[in-house]
Design a protein around this ligand. Structure first.
Ligand SMILES: [Zn+2]
Length: 367
């Protein structure tokens, strides 16, 4: 049995965990740059909790709240400048995937100038600001991954900085911050997490330990499906989703994502469809393709959701996602051209051809 596992992030989960563990932040530095989006961290109480903890420790801070959804490369260079100008020696990221992913790029660039053409090279000096992460959605799992996923206008898709250097030092998981999420955001982010765990199990880099985490995550997310549909999640269910999304992050930290994410990026880049929703629209048909070659694997995966086939899995997700956007045939051809060249397509136990990618798009989006 071959197993490798590396998870250097300390995870602290529980209601009011930031206040109860404020001392954990004290070790990170003297002055924080708090990286966040425009509004949500203020509205859901997470920013106030972080500021109270820093103040209790006698730590200074400045706030960089200019992270947009699907952050750009410019955004991380701007954030890195803000960190330097502030004299920050650590980062606290608060928010969904966008602020968390931007924060990792900022932490790296704050310590050294990396030319834009080398930003995605994977070769970085061994120097990064330490980071604490506070996820406020239950989806990306970015708090436990070594990835910073940025919008790359040059390639018209998303590209990732991937390096063990950018694992956060600490992740604080408090489900109370997810209580104000809209029903659509709760669904889309949960499906992103589901997609991470399912794709992780379909990766050539999966091992017994990552499968174990993925299974727990898929089960946890499916246990909340009915409440996601009605929009009435209990606090325990919100905790289960946050926990499951963190597990999904640990999975893809090892396995990477597969064709589903590569294909979904075009739906986000060209049509502004939410990242999790984009994956959810495509995941069922990718599973159907894999089922042809690996029926036992797919049967195992869907069984964690109490289902017996990829078709049933697709129907369950379609029900949750509601009415689909409409697409033209040549649009999908363009997306297939982009996706077939994406790095993560080759991660899967089934590597789809361009024709197969196009038919997944068509079956998912034009049916
Ligand atoms: Zn994702």
């Amino acid at each position: 049995m071959n197993v490798q596992f590396f998870m250097p992030t300390k995870v602290i989960m529980g209601k009011d965990c930031i206040a109860a563990n404020a001392g954990e932040l004290a070790a990170l530095g003297k002055k924080a740059l708090i990286v966040t989006g425009r509004n949500s961290a203020k509205a859901n109480g997470s920013l106030a909790d972080v500021i109270a903890a820093l103040s209790a420790n006698g730590q200074k801070f400045e706030i960089f709240d200019k992270v947009m959804s699907n952050p750009t490369i410019d955004c991380v260079y701007d954030g890195a400048k803000a960190a330097r100008d502030a004299g920050a020696d650590f980062i606290v990221a608060i928010g969904g995937g966008s602020p968390m992913d931007a924060a990792k790029g900022i932490a790296l660039l704050a310590r050294q100038d990396i030319p834009r053409e080398e930003l995605f090279s994977g070769k970085y000096p061994n120097d990064v600001l330490p980071m604490a992460f506070v996820p406020t959605t239950a989806g990306t799992g970015s708090e436990v991954t070594p990835y910073s996923i940025l919008t790359n206008d040059k390639l018209q898709t998303k590209t990732s900085i991937a390096s063990p250097l950018i694992f956060p030092k600490i992740a604080f998981l408090d489900a109370k911050y997810t209580e104000g999420l809209s029903k659509a955001t709760a669904i889309n982010t949960a499906i992103d997490a589901l997609s991470h765990s399912v794709e992780g199990m379909l990766s050539t880099r999966a091992n017994r330990l990552t499968d174990c985490l993925a299974a727990e995550s898929i089960e946890g997310i499916f246990s909340c499906m009915d409440s996601l549909k009605t929009g009435k999640l209990s606090f325990e269910e919100r905790e289960m989703l946050l926990y499951s999304s963190m597990l999904g992050g640990m999975v893809i930290a090892h396995t990477g994502t597969t064709a589903v994410h590569s294909m979904g990026y075009s739906l986000t880049y060209f049509r502004d469809i939410d990242h999790g929703r984009a994956n959810g629209l495509l995941l069922g048909d990718f599973l159907k393709l894999v089922e042809k070659t690996f029926p036992a694997k797919v049967s195992e995966i869907v069984s964690f959701g109490g289902l017996s086939s990829a078709e049933e899995f697709k129907a369950r997700l379609s029900d949750l996602l509601g009415e689909k956007e409409s697409f033209a045939h040549d649009e999908l051809e363009k997306y297939a051209d982009i996706a077939v060249n994406a790095k993560n397509v080759k991660n899967g136990i089934v590597v789809p051809t361009k024709e197969e990618i196009l038919s997944i798009y068509q079956n998912s989006l034009m049916e």
